[in-house]
Design a protein around this ligand. Structure first.
Ligand SMILES: [Zn+2]
Length: 454
């Protein structure tokens, strides 16, 4: 190891230690400064680590955690980064934390979640063995620009890692199109049928062919623009799949039981998370683990022991009231949550929290693209809204058809938690990212549970 790398590690550790003494959190700063001292530090530290890298718009964190569970169940020696540390700086910090002072890796494998925009730089540096691309949806336009720009970022990143096995969501026309532009071995995963659920809302993100701009037709759709797409003009079509969910056997508020097929095997899998998008996350994670060398039977079971966490359907018990938290950050994810709520067979209290901090997306116009009308059409009870942009959220729900007298704006989080803690029905808190961080801390404090990540 060269002297610069050694200095980079020292800087990273010193800044981390200082932050700890000053009781300041943050995983980005140490890595950022270390990379200034040694620009190729991440590359040096990742050299002897077998990495599975996860990117895409939705499902990165959940998929990363499911893959972790698969590795944990198989006894693998691994580490992982946190969702807030998915840029080069955070990945560098994570790599330093998991190596010795002299740059020797402490673990054999790693699961690294990577931001879509940062992927172009990070992937070629750390040379993952497996890359999972979950899907591409419109997300935080103010940050990423057009969706095709994100696609191009990911494509360039993959081109810098020609030996990686790339796992692609076959049902996402944008993601699947990557296969045509890269020389890597690809594994496809997807849903073999629509798995029930009514006609999803109109396709808004990728209704037209990525190659020739003709409008896709669909043999079936699952949600958003995902499904068996066919371009009638140029023939571009959903590719065949290596990991396929062929049947939905049952579903409830906490899980789905499906039939999954891979490597010539078919098995019943209980995905220990609800809703269709998590079936995708389970299938994608299984594909990634197979690409990593795990036998298909074991890989397909990765979501069975999975425990929810950190705002992804995380469950809290507050004085006997069951509270579930579901993070939303864009229209597609939000529509999935609405679909899930509408499918519940019990009374519940929904709480929508809208913030517009940088990590949430400054531009909150996305709420007008989400299908709250569908929610309003199915829901009769009281709705609580909060967050920095509570009034915008209330206005959106009013337009969707929730009567004003059913809407409560509760700005104060403590008052909000007082209110929800006296419910005789389950509560669903649906926050944007920074709202989730805030309310989660208070909620965890009240419930006396340890911080998930700390
Ligand atoms: Zn076409």
């Amino acid at each position: 190891m060269n002297i610069r790398a050694f200095l980079g590690i020292l800087v990273c550790r010193a800044v981390k230690l200082a932050a700890k003494i000053l009781r300041r959190g943050g995983t980005a700063k140490p890595g950022e400064l270390a990379a200034k001292v040694c620009p190729d530090l991440a590359q040096i530290l990742a050299k002897d680590v077998r990495i599975i890298m996860v990117t895409g718009t939705n499902g990165k964190t959940t998929s990363s955690r499911i893959i972790e569970q698969g590795l944990l169940d198989s006894g693998a020696d691994y580490f992982a980064n946190r969702s807030g540390a998915n840029l080069l700086s955070g990945v560098t910090t994570t790599l330093v934390e998991n190596s010795t002072l002299f740059g020797k890796a402490k673990h054999q494998c790693a699961v690294i979640e990577c931001d879509e925009a940062a992927f172009r730089t990070v992937a070629p540096l750390v040379q993952p063995e497996v890359i999972l691309v979950t899907n591409l949806f419109r997300d935080q336009l103010d940050r990423y620009g057009e969706i095709t720009h994100t696609l191009s970022n990911i494509r360039q990143g993959i081109r810098g890692v020609p030996d990686a096995v790339v796992c692609l969501n076959a049902d996402c026309s944008l993601t699947a199109s990557l296969a045509g532009d890269i020389s890597n071995r690809c594994l496809f995963y997807g849903l073999g049928e629509a798995l029930g659920g009514g006609e999803p809302p109109a396709v808004s993100d990728a209704s037209h062919c990525i190659h020739c701009k003709a409008e896709y037709t669909y043999k079936y759709r699952t949600y958003g623009h995902l499904g068996h797409f066919v371009c009638p003009a140029c023939g571009y079509e959903r590719p065949g799949t290596d990991v396929t969910v062929t049947k939905l056997l049952s579903k409830d508020a906490d899980s789905s039981t499906v039939v999954m097929e891979a490597g010539g095997l078919s098995r019943t899998v209980r995905v220990n998370l609800p809703a269709v998008y998590n079936i995708y996350n389970a299938a994608g994670s299984s594909a990634a683990l197979m690409a990593f060398g795990m036998d298909p039977d074991r890989a397909m079971q990765c979501a069975e022991n999975f425990q929810c966490g950190f705002g992804r359907m995380e469950r809290f018990d507050l004085n006997g009231t069951v509270i579930r938290m579901i993070l939303v950050k864009n229209p597609a994810g939000c529509n999935q949550v609405i679909e899930y709520l509408n499918g519940l067979n019990e009374a519940y209290l929904p709480v929508f929290l809208l913030n517009d901090n940088a990590a949430d997306s400054r531009d909150i116009s996305w709420i007008w693209d989400a299908d709250y009308e569908k929610f309003a059409a199915a829901y009769q009870g009281e709705v609580v809204v909060s967050g920095i942009r509570a009034d915008d959220m209330a206005l959106r729900l009013k337009y969707a058809g929730i009567p004003a007298q059913k809407l409560t704006v509760e700005r104060d989080y403590d008052a909000l938690l007082d209110r929800v803690s006296h419910q005789d029905k389950p509560v669903f808190i649906i926050p944007t990212y920074t709202a989730m961080l805030d309310i989660r801390t208070r909620l965890a404090h009240r419930c006396g549970s340890a911080e998930f990540w700390e």
